[in-house]
Design a protein around this ligand. Structure first.
Ligand code: COS
Length: 382
């Protein structure tokens, strides 16, 4: 309804992702959700279309686009399945630390492979360190030219299917957050084991696992940046990723509104399509307003990240919290507008509602986002 004034290139990108979504995702999304399986075909289609290299710099085999483009791709995939979009977006959560902090050698080793379609994962969370990310216990001890990793990471998207894992571990436990460092661990490194696959409420087309590190020995060249940079690297990476979660929420909400709208226009009760009852049409009006407000915030923030990444923590947190709260509200209302049909697994609305719940929790709960916004507000008005 609202015109968006995307550039010609952005319009082509949207068209391409929509085509992949319709062909490779929409027909199978329900089955993947039911069976809780990850199917590599959509990711392979995205790789064939060069979209796994969307934000990888050109000199490393990518398209060299920015966060705004990534948000467009994630939004339009999420309309069809937020689980597939999770696998896609989580690869960039793992790739951004290398893009932002990798040495030329590290970039040359990993980025062209990611652009070709190898998946990544980002491992910060542990059983005792969720919102309190600085409480991680995984250790990385230096031994000659190697680091030895020991510890457990939990709820890792793309665990087991990713080739590259960015791991945050303590090199100096006495220093807390300032003693954390980031490393790239490769699939197949001795001492890395993939734990159980989690059974989730939603996003069931994506894989979430534990990772166990038992004397996992990696060459010191795998350290990203320098020792002690790990926490800041993680927070900076999340600044990039959180706006992507916002874009995912916008796509999911848009998809849910469209599903429910189709129903409301055709479902006849009391002699007319239910859309013509004001309680129903006003709900759709409210959905449309909130989705457009979320979209405006997400893309404003994505553009800001592309142009002035230093000031991005507050805006990313706002985009993430606002858009994902909108997605939860819209998907729940979509189920309600469809009544019994909304509740049945024959229709996609209930899956969308389950998917939306995770978006309010992962990449930092929406409560943590509000802490970040409040902290940044104080800094701004200091
Ligand atoms: N960019 C750069 N640096 C940042 C930053 C950011 N966005 N956010 C924090 N930092 C820096 C701080 O400046 C501070 O550095 P100094 O010690 O040099 O001053 C350091 O990181 C520690 O920051 P802070 O004191 O704010 O850390 P806290 O322990 O209070 O925790 C929260 C901060 C709660 C915001 C953080 O732990 C968090 O985001 N938790 C949620 C984790 C999460 O999103 N998990 C999702 C799993 S990964 S998908």
């Amino acid at each position: 309804m609202l015109q968006h004034f995307w550039t010609e290139e952005e319009k082509l990108l949207i068209e391409l992702v929509e085509r992949i979504g319709k062909e490779y995702v929409e027909p199978y999304a329900r089955q993947w959700d039911e069976e809780e399986v990850y199917d590599p075909r959509p990711l392979k289609a995205l790789a064939r279309a060069d979209l796994m290299g969307l934000v990888i710099p050109k000199e490393y085999g990518g398209l060299g686009w920015g966060v705004k483009a990534l948000c467009l791709a994630v939004e339009h995939l999420s309309k069809y399945c937020a689980g597939v979009a999770t696998t896609y977006a989580a690869t960039f959560l793992g790739a951004y630390p290398i893009i932002l902090f990798g040495s030329p050698e590290q970039k040359a080793r990993y980025l062209p492979e990611i652009a070709k379609g190898r998946l990544c994962a980002f491992a910060l969370t542990e059983p005792q360190a969720g919102s309190d990310a600085a409480a991680i216990q995984t250790r990385a001890q230096k031994e000659g030219d190697y680091y030895i990793l020991n510890g457990i990471k939990q709820w890792i998207t793309n665990g087991g299917i990713a080739d590259y894992y960015v791991i945050i571990a303590l090199t100096d436990p006495k220093k807390g957050a300032r003693g954390a460092s980031a490393f790239v661990v490769e699939r197949g490194d001795p001492g890395l084991a993939v734990g159980k696959k989690e059974k989730k409420m939603g996003l069931r087309a994506s894989v979430t696992t534990e990772l166990f590190f038992t004397n996992c020995r990696i060459p010191r060249e795998r350290l990203l940046g320098r020792e002690g940079l790990g926490f800041i690297l993680a927070m900076k990476t999340l600044d990039y990723a959180r706006v992507g979660a916002g874009a995912q929420a916008v796509g999911l909400a848009q998809g849910a509104m469209e599903v429910a709208l189709r129903h409301a226009r055709h479902r006849i009760q009391f002699g007319q399509p239910i859309y013509h009852f004001q309680a129903v049409s006003h709900t759709f009006a409210e959905m449309a307003m909130r989705i457009e407000a979320a979209r405006a915030l997400v893309y404003q923030c994505a553009q800001a990240l592309d142009k002035a990444p230093k000031e991005s923590a507050g805006p990313s947190a706002m985009a993430k919290a606002f858009a994902t709260d909108v997605a939860m509200w819209v998907t729940e209302r979509a189920v309600q507008m469809m009544g019994g049909y909304g509740y049945m697994r024959d229709f996609p609305a209930e899956k969308m509602m389950r998917d939306a719940k995770c978006l309010q929790i992962y990449e930092g709960t929406n409560e943590i986002q509000r802490n970040v916004i409040a902290r940044e507000l104080l800094k701004y008005y200091r």
